[in-house]
Design a protein around this ligand. Sequence first.
Ligand code: TRP
Length: 338
Amino acid sequence: MRVVSGIQPTGNLHLGNYLGAIRNWVAMQDALEDGAEALFFLADLHALSQPHDPAVLTAATLEMTAALVACGIDPDRSVLFNQAQVPLHAELQWLLNGTARMGWLGRMTQWKDKAGKNREGQSVALFTYPVLQAADVLLYQATHVPVGEDQKQHLELARDIAQKFNNDFCTEDAPVFTLPEPIIPAEAARIMSLRDGSAKMSKSDPSDMSRINLADDADTMAQKIRKARTDPEPLPSEEAGLAERPEARNLVGIYAALSGESVAGVLRQFGGQGFGSFKPALAELLVETLGPIRARFVELKEDRETLDAILARGAAKARERGAPTLAAAYRALGLVRH
Ligand code: TRP
């Protein structure tokens, strides 16, 4: 079993990032048996597919690395790196460009959504992004790829590319690539804005009160929960009672995600109580779970030397893990190398 996944580096990390991909990765890492390995990387090369600011990309890559380690990705157990230090990704992408079809890429919904009506004006990188993503996982013979629902189609494309390459260039008993399985979490908690229960919690919301930042101190976190928008009703005892109450649903959802309980379980405990008693309980739970992460995060974020060392060591391991597959792909294609 080999787990591989990537995340695009963004700054201003918040509770939604933690309860989304990051916590899921940590759980997978911790559940691995002896002999199995996970590789997690910052997909910094993917950032070139859209207009970007180089200084912001550098800062976001380092900040995201600090967050991953603070949240529990252990660089001694997992291989943690950024793509840019492992040129094998870009190399393999070029080799796979011969196998991927224009039609396959043209059907990617993410391409269609992001390009909109202006396809001619998009970068080539935005169109070929899924081939790089395929290279990211095929390079390491990934068997399991934890991703959000929105990445399922890209994983299917990776399988199609692997299969066609194996078919076209390999004998049946010696395929170069393993077909990866997407692992999609059953119920990903959707964390919404604290000011508006119908908008996702987002780093780009102009109001800082709308989100819990990973870097917020305990008082700030508690204050944001205290001021979070709610309605005047007490909490219902059953989930159905949250249907028309997006703000209440969000706070209960956050409580459930942090405590590991179901929404129904949280309501069994708090049903009938008002926000006057629920909010302090939520604030306490939040500070208890995020407090230690926050402390490690703010310290590491400023420690460039340690971050550089973590990424360099991870990249060296990644190059080692990927080299045999890349060599096999060159060979299968008839490219002459020593
Ligand atoms: N495209 C993914 C996203 O936007 C990030 C990503 C890049 C990725 N390469 C990957 C995810 C390889 C899994 C495997 O979320």
